[in-house]
Design a protein around this ligand. Structure first.
Ligand code: IVH
Length: 603
């Protein structure tokens, strides 16, 4: 939303992935089958982990920048790209004449240090931390405010061409050096090698080297150097044959699991976290790693004192893959799920029999209250600007809030609010007016804010279309909810949450504190997708899965989480896994995002 569409004159295709040395050799054999007797030279370069972007220069002037989108159409992000510091607004006239048209494709990314610094600043400002550099780069390019983009230190590196006029280069290596001559950033590690042996050497050599680079890379892109061969080699349905991406395995390290801490989330979920003997992994020192949940710990038989294998694949928090049983001494201790909340000592519960997650049910549990408050204030929920983790901590420590309902009566404690560190009259009043405005946010936002397990934006929107107040939803049984066309699991979940006395109390307190959600006009009772049930999976070309779900629900369709014989369609994107297999096994039609758009008439 907010960006004009751009149709790429030359589509931005995908790239064939290879994960083994044999895979590289097989790739070359495939090339030799098409062009027997050819001796191939290649250009190898780091596969920079960021987002693809296309820059169009006309007579040397940057006139358009676009995201990849689905490869055919992307978003016009020219204003944002202009703020990326090493993107030239004008090409340099020199040895290489400025071409009439040059579309340069490349990657927009963060250097590790810049990303870390950004997170440090966010932490200091009490804002949520970003999970990984790649998604943050993607998110930044889609910001509507170029001034904000300019504050983030994004970088660009060129790696390929789209449409060109008056730009004659015969090899990939010449393309790279010409770009460099024209003042475009290129990768100094881009190297021409002879034969697949040369590629293998580069790939092996780069495996360690890449860890010392300023940016993240997870592989090497290999391209046939002679551009005249590109057309001859042609493309498969998805990707050009003359190019392959070698991807390294995620980095792993071995360490000792010293102890286990318990983390309490905003839904009260208590999850185990491993405290490790500090170990270097993918450029950082790792001391903590996720253990997912207690069932997994039991299934993998991971024990305190074990030597464990830790993996990090792009995310900031690594996770424990497995324990090395052969290294046991017999002194290791089994890890038990706690019976009481590590934060507030309330007895923990499973909401339903057989459920994996154990939760703290208390609304006075400090960690839960803080987590709920932060989530409640977030943009996706009630959007209270300025109420981030830091302030929530302060409010809690100073006993200005004991439950999330207290947020809405902070206006009565203005004096004490002013007593907080770094809280002036102006920021206090701005916060209070934000809170006042939040009291009448739409019902679906409020539903998201409550932290009902499994109720995200899509489901909240679907519920809010069918009911006009929290009280009404609270009175509905699972059957009532289902009768209104909500899925079975969703219906049971919501009824279960509202049937809990403590949740009823919370809703009553919120109401007493002045929360009065607004109601959108009722949705059309029949839309283009009424009566159809969808499952959405994989990485979709244009929209996030959540956005696609919203589209479906908005058109009267139902969205569920798992594929069954009742599923009308599976909307599948890239990397669709088990859901795709299941859909195929059950003969459930599989459609793309584009086909869904056609159904909706929004092509
Ligand atoms: S050339 C046709 N060269 O990796 C796609 N891609 O996994 C262009 N990438 O979508 C491929 N560094 O966003 C190429 N040196 C490089 C790259 C590179 C990163 C990205 C690119 C592409 C993805 C493929």
């Amino acid at each position: 939303a907010g960006f004009a569409n751009v149709t790429h004159r030359v589509p931005m295709m995908s790239i064939e992935k290879v994960t083994t040395i044999e895979g590289l050799a097989d790739w070359e054999k495939g090339l030799a089958r098409i062009l027997p007797g050819t001796s191939f030279s290649y250009v190898c370069e780091p596969k920079v982990d960021g987002v693809a972007c296309s820059l169009r220069y006309e007579r040397g002037v940057l006139v358009l920048a676009a995201t990849r989108g689905d490869g055919v159409r992307g978003d016009d992000i020219t204003a944002n790209a202009r703020t990326v510091r090493n993107v030239p607004l004008k090409l340099r006239e020199g040895k290489v004449p400025v071409p009439e048209v040059l579309e340069v494709r490349g990657e927009v990314y963060f250097e590790r240090a810049d990303f870390e610094k950004l997170n440090q600043e966010r932490e200091a400002a009490g804002e949520d931390l970003f999970q990984n550099a790649r998604n943050t780069a993607a998110g930044t390019l889609k910001q509507l405010d170029p001034a904000l983009v300019a504050t983030r230190k994004l970088k660009f590196v060129s790696y390929g061409a789209g449409e060109t006029k008056g730009f004659l280069v015969e090899t990939v290596a010449a393309f790279v050096s010409s770009c460099r001559e024209l003042g475009l950033p290129t990768n100094p590690l881009s190297t021409r090698v002879a034969g697949i042996e040369g590629v293998v050497e580069y790939v092996k050599d780069f495996e360690e080297r890449r860890k010392t680079l300023a940016y993240e890379t997870d592989g090497v892109v290999v391209k046939v150097d002679d551009r005249s061969l590109h057309a001859e080699l042609g493309t498969t349905a998805k990707a050009p044959r003359w190019m392959a991406a070698f991807k390294y395995e995620a980095e792993k390290a071995v360490s000792r699991l010293l102890s286990v801490s318990y983390q309490v989330g905003r839904t009260g979920a208590v999850t185990p976290v491993a405290n490790l003997e500090p170990v270097r992994l993918a450029g950082t020192t790792v001391k903590r790693a996720s253990l997912h949940n207690f069932e997994e710990v039991a299934r993998k038989d991971i024990r305190e004192g074990d030597w464990v294998l830790v993996e990090k694949a792009g995310e900031i928090i690594p996770y424990v893959l497995e324990s090395l049983k052969e290294k046991r001494t017999g002194k290791e201790k089994k890890i038990a799920a706690p019976e009481r909340c590590p934060e507030c000592d309330s007895p923990l519960e499973r909401r339903k029999e057989g459920e994996v997650i154990i939760r703290c049910p208390s609304y006075e549990c400090p960690e839960k209250v803080k987590g709920l408050a932060i989530a409640l204030a977030s943009r996706r929920a009630m959007d209270i600007e300025g109420l981030g983790p830091k302030l929530v901590d302060q409010l809690y420590e100073e006993e200005l809030i004991e439950t999330i309902a207290d947020i809405f009566t902070l206006d009565k404690k203005r004096d004490r609010l002013l007593g907080l560190e770094r809280m002036g009259e102006k920021s206090a009043d701005s916060l209070l007016s934000q809170i006042e405005a939040a009291k009448t946010r739409p019902l679906d936002r409020v539903l998201v804010a409550l932290g009902i397990p499994h109720v995200g934006e899509t489901i909240a929107a679907a519920v809010a279309q069918r009911y006009s107040s929290l009280e009404e939803i609270g009175k509905a049984s699972a059957e009532d909810l289902q009768a209104k066309g909500l899925g079975q699991v969703v219906s049971e979940n919501i009824a279960l949450w509202f049937s809990d006395k403590r949740n009823k109390e919370l809703v009553a307190r919120l109401r007493a504190a002045g929360l009065k959600p607004s109601v959108k006009p009722a949705a059309p009772s029949s839309g283009k997708l009424t009566g159809k049930t969808f499952v959405v999976t994989g990485t979709l070309p244009k929209r996030s899965r959540e956005d696609v779900k919203d589209l479906i629900v908005g058109a009267g369709g139902k969205v569920t989480d798992s594929v069954s014989k009742n599923t009308s369609y599976l909307v599948a994107g890239e990397k669709a896994g088990s859901k795709l297999e299941r859909a195929q096994a059950l003969n459930v039609p599989v459609i793309s995002e584009g086909e869904l758009e056609k159904m909706l008439g929004i092509e």
